[in-house]
Design a protein around this ligand. Structure first.
Ligand code: PMP
Ligand code: GLN
Length: 424
């Protein structure tokens, strides 16, 4: 009986994801500061919730009924207006864009819609944790390649973390179906340069591989670096599916609107997965995101446009948190994009007794003890590595900095109080 109702093997062993586990940790210990899961603790730009109020308040009764399954017409049109100039081609809103339940579902539809039994998928480590279980669910085989620091020193930036070109090419073969790229990168904050992307693009073309580009942090890139969309490189549009997120774009992660765009022949497979799973996303939320994008397009290239002002706001937050972490014994990697800092905690952990925490991996032990003692929740980095490579991440914790300035300052106070109390 119990065996009959076991979890199907395609879902692995049924372990909870780091998000499920750490949201529970937050609920259990009620920390003074949650720098774990990536979410802003401040309000979205006011026109965004206003657009939702107006959409739900509308005279139009259809605003509360099902909308077009592959994307609310007004939203796919506004996405086409937004991205067409950025990719240098007219994107067909009806056939080349799919609106999904967050970027998560876009990833799921892309992977399940393309990966077949035995297909190999190349994934860069560390990687956003859901890629691997999704590949397994599709019956695919993930092949991992780690980003490694050129040289370890005290003032590293995410650009110091690179792929070994020979190792990269060695993973490509006739069996390779897909390459998953994430730029700006979570958790490292690496923004892949044009040269790095050209290398990846050349290999994708040489081995006839589909490139999936997870670009949810596309608006969070710090000068002098620039976000390059791999779909814009020669010969890449036809083999790239790009993924975005309204949650990241407008600081409304709870709205869970995402999308995938790419050529119609590739998007078709995602539409089938989507139609047989959630079928459609909520109408008023899609309407509100469409209106919000239209508003931003009306002030594009002005300093007020949220898609550019958010980076400026974040860069000073990054610098504040980075300074606080360094001053308190962490060795950080300064990110060039996104909203996370990866910090090596080993100088502190060497003076702590982590044996009281029953977890298997050292970073889980550290982050849990740290959450309880310093009252700051962070995310253990081994969660972003495959089973075989967890040790690469075990010395790091990830800190989220899309937080109010007063909460970033509170990090310093809490760290100092904790170090004093614990005689570190
Ligand atoms: N990809 C990456 C790299 C992420 O960090 C996240 C988390 N926002 C997602 C995808 C999922 O995004 P969403 O919240 O839109 O589902
Ligand atoms: N992408 C966010 C992060 O990395 C949120 C993760 C999630 O909720 N699954 O923190």
């Amino acid at each position: 009986m119990s065996d009959k109702f076991r979890l199907p093997a395609r879902y692995g062993t049924g372990e909870k994801s780091v998000w499920v586990e750490y949201i529970q940790l937050v609920a259990d210990i009620k920390p003074k500061l949650n720098l774990g899961q990536g979410l802003p603790d401040f309000h979205a730009p006011s026109h965004v919730p206003k657009a939702l109020m107006e959409a739900t308040d509308s005279e139009n009764p259809l605003m509360h009924q099902y909308t077009r399954g592959f994307g609310h017409p007004r939203l796919v049109q506004s996405l086409s207006k937004l991205y067409s100039p950025l990719v240098g081609k007219e994107i067909d809103p009806m056939n080349e864009i799919l609106v999904t339940v967050g970027a998560y579902e876009a990833l799921f539809a892309t992977i399940l819609g393309h990966v077949d039994h035995g297909d190999e998928v190349i994934v860069i480590e560390p990687f956003y944790d859901c890629y691997d279980p999704m590949i397994q669910c599709a019956g695919g085989v993930a092949k991992f390649i780690p980003l490694k620091p050129k040289k370890v020193h005290d003032n590293m930036t995410s650009s110091d973390w690179i792929l070994d070109e020979k190792e990269l090419e060695s993973l490509f073969s006739d069996r390779t179906k897909m390459f998953i790229l994430n730029t700006p990168h979570n958790p490292l904050g690496k923004v892949f340069t044009r040269q790095e992307l050209e290398k990846i693009a050349d290999l994708c073309k040489k081995y006839n591989v589909l490139c999936v580009s997870d670009e949810v942090y596309e608006w969070m890139v710090f000068e002098p670096l620039k976000h390059v969309r791999i779909a814009t490189l020669p010969g890449m549009w036809e083999r790239t599916i790009t993924i975005g997120s309204a949650g990241k774009m407008f600081s409304v992660t709870g709205w869970k609107v995402g999308w995938a765009y790419g050529p119609a022949n590739l998007l078709k497979n995602l539409q089938i997965v989507h139609q047989n799973c959630v079928y459609t996303h909520c109408t008023p939320i899609q309407e509100a995101i469409a209106r919000a994008i239209e508003f931003e397009l009306s002030r594009w290239n002005t300093p007020d446009c949220y898609m550019s002002s958010i980076s400026k706001e974040l860069v000073s937050k990054r610098d504040v948190l980075n300074r606080i972490l360094k001053d308190n014994g962490f060795i950080t990697t300064l990110p060039d994009g996104g909203y996370f800092i990866m910090a090596d905690y080993t100088k502190l952990a060497n003076k702590m007794d982590l044996s009281t925490e029953p977890d298997k991996y050292k970073d889980y032990k550290f982050t849990k003890k740290f959450a309880k003692e310093a009252s700051i929740v962070t995310i253990p980095l081994s969660a972003f590595y495959s089973k075989e490579h967890k040790h690469f991440g075990e010395n790091y914790a990830r800190f989220c900095f899309i937080k109010k300035d007063e909460n970033l300052a509170l990090t310093g106070t809490l760290l100092q109080e904790w170090q004093k109390r614990s005689h570190l």
